[in-house]
Write a new protein. Structure first.
Lengths: 315, 638
């Protein structure tokens, strides 16, 4: 049974399809917003299978084993995260997960990108990984504060002070309605909408994979299957982050038919993608490294702290 | 027979030190003596595990058989309860592994008989400190270990900065020892006894101005030993100058000895941990240490100095957790203490291996060593992920306990300040990860400079202790329930229940007779949030990775499609892409990484740069200011 969860739903196959679909819809919509036609929605899937058939070149200066394994580690941790986030109220390992564990699991894909870049032996990759680390530091602070404030809000209502467990959050949303309907959590929701593009690495916060500045940063020496897996990681991360947002802030609906629930969940994920990723990506340019850091540690963290204080005061 | 094991564990280390002096010139004999001494000490400690940890006894050993007469403890005693044994295990493991590492590591230096003598004296001093039950005995041991550590810091006296670092350590160390001595003297003059258990009872509800002053002095003295803020700059200097095996002892073991002293003072001697302002000041010191340690580490250019600043940060975690005075907090703190010894020891040993192979620890000069030293790189990565707290390594478990403890304390006491401690702890964890990514990129990945093209992998005698430490790191992360059951929970129980200790040392019923009431125990109930079963996690990860390898193998003949360079290395297809620049101009030095982060915090870093001036008078001034502040503060709150 575990193998079914890992490989089919909500594991590998589901994430694969959902992530690549989200990536494709995002690309199409960005193109339309920029008055282009854009690629077909299934283009990321075509790209993935194309890359699988290409040659993998390992540069002379690279540390070979780390170079080849890094992408798979990221993929494994993303699929593991998918098993813990409640998708339409169902999570494969309910009760085992905690918000802190999800938080840590979400840093592993970024670390795998960093490891891959470090192993390339390229100076562009070196600069890219330090930028990726700065991005990681930037969005971790508001993300932590958001999760703590959700834990406190749910804990307040369910009695018991705080909770770190996803099952309790889902149960809370089933009885009290989505968390975003609490007005004190709206700043946290906005902060989370800002955290999503930074974590995924899309404009204006894509300082790590800056094509024009550092030639794709950590991915500069990659080709073939490892590159395919890294692109897949990027797409699945889009799905994971929007799914996290949906299950944390917009949960609590249920039509009774599981397949329909999953479909509605996916449509909401698409909507979140459009709001927080696509719109920003289509109209902005890239920020500088220090601007990203300052923005996240002042504005976004400020919003999250506002929510934390409001929740603490019992509102 | 088992009664004698504590004193034997200490004695055999000192005996080894003296024997090393006698047979110093003969290398083989000297190595045998040193190894036998460390091994014997560890064996004695290991034999104590079953009666103390599992059966719950407390072993008391009165030196010279001077048992208490008429309820008055005149003799020196060694007490081994669960907390003592916890720290003794920590000390013996670290000493054994660092000692075995130093056989090969120090083989290029001369006058090694002095090194090993001092090393064994240092180990004996620390072992004596954690096993003693008498305040003046603790002071003596603190003096022994301070002077041994100072001498060992200056051991490579031809290298630049070693003597200076040793001198600074001496000054600050003596300030700490003097505080402990004055505090001990004051207590002796008031109560005419030096035994911890007896003092604990006599001090109960009996605080006078003199004893409050003694409390402050003792607390400051042990805080100096633990190298928390504001005494931390000296540790960075000392660790950078000392040989790496000694750095392991200084940053992993001596700091824990300081933490042990602090626990004894506040939890046992003065039993004042239920005072909220005292918890606040300890948590504040811990949080400042965490933050300052990691931000200073991000700015460093020297490998070992960077590791030393991370030590300060992790000891800040331990201090914060212990300052919470909840059972969960103390559990997290003690677990993190032993985890820190393991992963920081591993990291310092890796630094030593890099130094042995290349002769430098400057991050700007190193690079690309993973190709020549793959096992060392793998061990370093294990240590780096452990310290950053990534699952499934040991740092994750202890940090999770600490986060949960601080947040629950915030909820329980309605004080949002502790929630900010949780946030700071999490952010410091990410910054720790950042710092180690920078180090691994600067040292192990990136480009291999020409002068290091011929370095060889670390010799096997040095690699074995590193692998053992890595295995312990992974093991402590995968099997936390065994660690908790056999090591941590008994120690936490010992911390929270003072009565057990007093009854065993002074005889049962002593506390009731003198103080007129039984010793109350703190509550040791706590529940872990969530169910963390690392074995199932690892199984999950393994399943997923297997699944992927199956998929990728079936998706194309993977191995055939991966192309590497031909052995002669001339095909330009395998060059790294430089967009036209020449190779030698394109190395990104270690200190150039994280430019954006350092730019944003440049005001903070400028202030810190000026504050850490390197002038020892400044550091001594900080120490005295801290002491005065604590005196005033404690007089106000008690």
């Amino acid at each position: 049974m575990i193998l079914f969860y890992v490989l089919i739903f909500p594991g590998f196959l589901f994430c694969f399809i959902a992530g690549l679909l989200l990536a494709g819809i995002d690309r199409k919509l960005v193109a339309r917003m920029q008055r282009r036609i854009g690629p077909p929605i299934l283009q990321p899937m075509y790209d993935f299978f194309k890359l699988l058939g290409k040659e993998t070149i390992v540069p002379r200066a690279a540390s070979r084993k780390t170079f080849l394994i890094a992408s798979t580690i990221g993929l494994a941790s993303l699929v593991a995260t998918a098993l813990f986030i409640p998708i339409a109220g169902f999570s494969a390992f309910a009760g085992v997960a905690d918000i802190i564990v999800i938080l840590y699991l979400l840093t592993i894909p970024a670390v795998s990108l960093i490891l891959g870049g470090a192993a390339s032996g390229s100076p562009y990759a070196g600069v890219g990984i330090s930028r990726e680390m700065v991005a990681l530091m930037s969005y971790e602070l508001p993300l932590v504060i958001i999760l703590l404030s959700i834990g406190k809000a749910v804990g307040n209502a369910m009695g018991g002070g705080i909770t770190f467990s996803f099952t309790e959050i889902c149960a809370y949303q089933m009885s009290f309605g989505p968390i975003i309907s609490k007005w004190s959590m709206i700043p946290a929701a906005i902060a989370m909408l800002f955290v999503i593009p930074c974590e995924i690495g899309s404009r204006p916060f894509d300082i790590a994979e800056a094509e024009t500045e550092i030639c794709e940063g950590p991915l500069v020496e990659y080709s073939g299957t490892p590159l395919a897996v890294f692109n897949l990681n990027h797409a699945i991360k889009m799905f994971i982050m929007t799914a996290l947002f949906t299950s944390l802030f917009l949960g609590g609906f249920s039509t009774g038919i599981f397949a329909l629930d999953v479909l509605i969940f996916f449509v909401i994920c698409v909507a979140i993608t459009v709001i927080s990723i696509t719109l920003l990506r289509a109209v902005t340019a890239r920020l500088k490294v220090e601007q990203v850091f300052k923005f996240y540690w002042s504005v976004v963290s400020g919003l999250a702290v506002l929510s934390l204080i409001l929740v603490w005061l019992g509102l | 027979m088992i009664q004698h094991f504590p004193i034997l564990a200490i004695m055999v280390l000192f005996l080894g030190a003296f024997l090393t002096v006698l047979c110093g010139k003969n290398k083989v004999l000297r190595n045998i003596v040193v190894f036998a001494a460390m091994l014997a000490s560890s064996v004695f400690i290991a034999f104590l595990i079953k009666p103390i940890m599992i059966d719950g006894e407390v072993i008391t050993y009165w030196l010279g058989n001077w048992s208490p007469v008429a309820d008055y403890a005149i003799g020196i005693c060694l007490v081994v309860d669960q907390l003592n044994l916890f720290f003794a295990i920590l000390v013996s493991v670290a000493v054994l592994l660092a000692g075995v590492f130093s056989f090969k590591y120090m083989s290029r230096d001369d006058t090694l008989e002095k090194y090993f003598t001092l090393f064994l004296m240092l180990s004996g001093g620390v072992m004596g400190l954690v096993l003693s039950g008498d305040l003046f005995n603790m002071f003596i041991m603190v003096e022994i270990l301070t002077f041994a550590a100072v001498a060992l810091t200056a051991f490579r006296n031809r290298s630049e900065g070693a003597l200076e670092a040793a001198f600074k350590y001496l000054v600050i160390g003596v300030i700490g020892s003097s505080c402990i001595l004055i505090g001990t003297t004051i207590l002796y003059s008031q109560f005419h006894t030096l035994n911890l258990a007896q003092l604990s009872v006599l001090l109960h509800n009996n605080l006078q101005p003199a004893t409050i002053l003694a409390f402050t002095l003792l607390l400051t003295g042990f805080a100096v030993k633990a190298f928390v803020v504001p005494f931390h700059p000296v540790e960075a200097d000392a660790n950078a100058a000392a040989p790496s095996s000694v750095s392991v002892i200084i940053s992993c073991v001596l700091t824990k000895a300081g933490i042990y002293g602090i626990i004894r003072i506040v939890y046992f001697l003065f039993r004042s941990m239920n005072l909220a302002p005292l918890q606040f000041i300890l948590v504040l010191i811990g949080t400042l240490s965490m933050f300052i340690g990691v931000t200073m580490a991000l700015a460093q250019k020297d490998f070992k100095r960077l590791l030393a600043f991370h030590s300060i940060s992790q000891v800040g975690y331990v201090m914060t957790a212990i300052g919470l005075a909840t059972a969960l907090g103390v559990t997290g703190g003690l677990y993190h203490a032993i985890n820190h010894t393991l992963f920081k020891g591993l990291l310092f040993l890796c630094a030593g291996a890099v130094f042995y192979a290349t002769g430098t620890t400057n991050l700007d000069k190193l690079g690309g060593l993973a190709k020549r030293m793959p096992q060392t790189a793998a061990l370093f990565l294990i240590g780096a992920f452990s310290i950053s707290g990534l699952p499934p390594f040991n740092g994750f478990v202890s940090k999770w306990l600490i986060y949960q403890a601080t947040y629950e304390k915030a909820v329980e006491f309605g004080n949002i300040g502790y929630a900010f401690v949780t946030i700071i702890a999490l952010v410091v964890s990410v910054m720790t990860l950042a710092s180690f990514i920078k180090v691994s990129q600067s040292v192990f990945f990136g480009q291999l400079p020409d002068e290091f093209k011929e370095v060889r992998e670390t010799p096997v005698p040095m690699r074995i202790p590193m692998w053992i430490m890595a295995a312990l790191c992974v093991g402590a992360g995968l099997l936390p329930q065994y660690m908790m059951r056999y090591l941590i929970n008994p120690a936490v129980y010992a911390v929270m229940n003072v009565g057990n200790y007093i009854g065993s040392v002074m005889g049962p019923g002593y506390a009731e007779k003198i103080a007129g009431q039984t010793v109350e125990a703190y509550s040791s109930e706590f529940a872990l949030a969530g169910y963390w079963s690392p074995i199932s996690w690892l199984a999950l990860f393994a399943i997923i990775i297997c699944a992927f390898f199956i998929v990728s193998l079936s998706g194309g003949k993977l191995s055939k499609k991966i192309h590497s360079d031909s052995p002669s290395g001339l095909d330009p297809k395998y060059d790294t892409f430089f967009s036209g620049e020449a190779n030698e101009h394109s190395q990104v030095g270690g200190s150039d990484l994280f430019w954006g982060f350092k730019h944003n915090l440049r005001h903070y870093f400028d202030f810190m740069h000026n504050a850490h001036s390197g002038v020892i008078s400044d550091y001594a001034l900080w120490a005295f200011c801290f002491l005065s502040f604590m005196i005033v503060y404690l007089f106000i709150i008690v």
